[in-house]
Design a protein around this ligand. Structure first.
Ligand SMILES: Cc1cc2nc3c(=O)[nH]c(=O)nc-3n(C[C@H](O)[C@H](O)[C@H](O)COP(=O)(O)OP(=O)(O)OC[C@H]3O[C@@H](n4cnc5c(N)ncnc54)[C@H](O)[C@@H]3O)c2cc1C
Length: 468
């Protein structure tokens, strides 16, 4: 039996601590924050539990293989996590009950259709008028017969050219200019406030935009359309995402092998073992697991800092509770493409959970700059602009049906997968590799894009399996 020190409070750190303890090890879990669950903690409004935006379990992957050994997971291999989705699902379902969500929807040209942007539905292609269809088809025909250097298949094993080309260009090279400009560019513009967002093409799934093969799209304009397997998203039947965090917290607090220390890490010194200096005490550690950011680890080790800060996505969340009968259009998640509607995404938590509650909870996500600008131009409060948008999309009929409304701006959510951020990440990664000794990294410090909930869960399980 060994002793471990785990720093962190997110789902990965919690699972890692719990599973190490379940194997009989002694664990000290150092939580630097006054709560559990990091982004998944959610927000309480009038005692009601809301999520910070659309958060769901993704248990579908092309490379899923339930025989894979967790210890072989490599966070540096693109979507290696997909091999273990069955393990992840089993683990989650052994703690909480989940519901298979209805297909996410997309709001486009004033209509709701099955979502093209992250739910892999190509139904929208048949919704276009004949002129647009002809244009898209002609562009796709040229693409499939042309040069393949930016073809979507490159994401599996990207060439330098593919890696160095912005997502917008790669998207046009696969989807055609018309389709990109109609469906993808307006959505990205809302999220990232830029007409030309610099995104890495191979990480397109982080902001949840697609990179389809042009052949698949083109086949949808022929007699034999290629269907893509539909991803199946899941959500807790409890009606809010943080139920998993509450359950893990309960198990951790009850576990006789886990000691919780609520304190910040000031410094880590590396000798024969580690000295972890906290604000209020000093600990000796032999097996130190770091669940925080790379920047925080660099600070604790006193290594060189990167010259610029990582850019993270700012989001303004609006939390609304209203009687279920007042919701006039049902959906689990609604991705809003139309530029004249301010939100970029709306989640109906109650619908996602499959519950038939008297009240419904909606979380609306907006770009903070665009929301503030819109409110100023319209001479109204931000909350009124969000409400107006719900009415204009036919989701509610009048503002007075809303019983609870709260608005919260969060300046730093997930890091944006662009080259600049990747350079900063790599800068730290290199410098930490030579300074961190045997510190085991977990979560967002492991790899630039290993930040999905699945990555976090799997890393927690893998570390417990490998070292416990
Ligand atoms: C709007 C939105 C929607 C999302 N939807 C999904 C989704 O549907 N599916 C999905 O898989 N993912 C989704 N994600 C990503 C996911 O929810 C998490 O954001 C991601 O896993 C990052 O992890 P985290 O927030 O849990 O913690 P991170 O940001 O990775 O890490 C925070 C960690 O740092 C530690 N820490 C904090 N301060 C210190 C300090 N001073 N010293 C040391 N450690 C410290 C914390 O304790 C914690 O362990 C979404 C993200 C956003 C923003």
């Amino acid at each position: 039996m060994a002793r471990f020190e785990v720093v962190g409070n997110n789902i990965g750190a919690m699972i890692c601590a719990l599973e190490l303890a379940n194997k009989g090890n002694q664990v000290r879990l150092i939580n630097p924050l006054p709560f559990w669950g990091s982004h998944l903690v959610g927000n309480k409004v009038d005692g009601q539990k809301f999520d910070f935006g659309r958060i769901m379990y993704d248990f579908f992957s092309y490379n899923n293989d339930n025989t894979s050994d967790i210890k072989t997971y490599d966070a540096h291999v693109r979507n290696d996590v997909g091999r273990f989705y069955s393990h992840i699902r089993k683990y989650i379902e052994s703690h909480i009950e989940v519901n298979e969500m209805s297909t996410p929807q997309m709001y486009f040209n004033g209509e709701m259709v099955d979502d093209f942007l992250f739910a892999d539905s190509l139904a929208v292609l048949s919704e276009f008028d004949e002129v647009t269809k002809t244009k898209i088809k002609a562009e796709l025909e040229i693409i499939v017969n042309g040069d393949r250097s930016l073809h979507a298949s490159n994401k599996r094993n990207p060439s330098q050219e593919f890696m160095n080309t912005d997502f917008a260009i790669v998207s046009e090279a696969n989807h055609g200019k018309t389709l990109h400009q109609m469906l993808i560019a307006p959505y990205l513009d809302k999220i990232l406030e830029s007409k030309n967002p610099e995104l890495c093409a191979q990480y397109h799934r982080i902001p949840w935009v697609p990179l389809y093969y042009p052949e698949t799209l083109l086949s949808n304009f022929t007699e034999s359309p290629q269907e893509l397997p539909k991803p199946k998203f899941h959500y807790p039947t409890a009606g809010y995402f943080a139920i998993i965090i509450e359950e893990l917290e309960r198990l951790i607090k009850e576990h006789k092998n886990i000691e919780i220390i609520n304190d910040k890490v000031v410094a880590v010194k590396i000798g024969e073992s580690f000295t972890v200096q906290l604000k209020c005490q000093e600990l000796n550690a032999t097996n130190l697991i770091w669940g925080g950011d790379q920047e925080q680890l660099a600070l604790a080790l006193g290594t060189e800092m990167a010259p610029i800060e990582t850019r993270k996505l700012p989001i303004t969340f609006t939390f609304i509770r209203l009687r279920s009968e007042a919701v006039k259009r049902q959906f689990s998640v609604l991705v809003v493409v139309d530029e004249d509607e301010i939100p970029f995404r709306i989640t109906n938590q109650t619908n996602c959970s499959g519950r038939n509650d008297e009240f419904t909870k909606l979380v609306i996500e907006c770009n903070p700059t665009q929301l503030a600008k819109g409110a100023k131009e319209n001479g109204c409060y931000e909350k009124d602009l969000v409400t107006q948008s719900l009415i204009s999309m036919g989701i509610i009929e009048t503002p007075d049906v809303i019983e609870t409304l709260a608005i919260k701006r969060v300046d730093k959510t997930i890091r944006i997968p662009n080259r600049k951020n990747e350079e900063i990440f790599n800068h730290y990664y290199k410098s930490l590799t030579s300074h961190k000794g045997n510190i085991i990294q977990l979560g967002s410090s492991t790899d630039f894009v290993a930040i999905s909930i699945n990555d976090q869960i799997l890393q927690g399980l893998r570390i417990a399996e490998k070292y416990g």
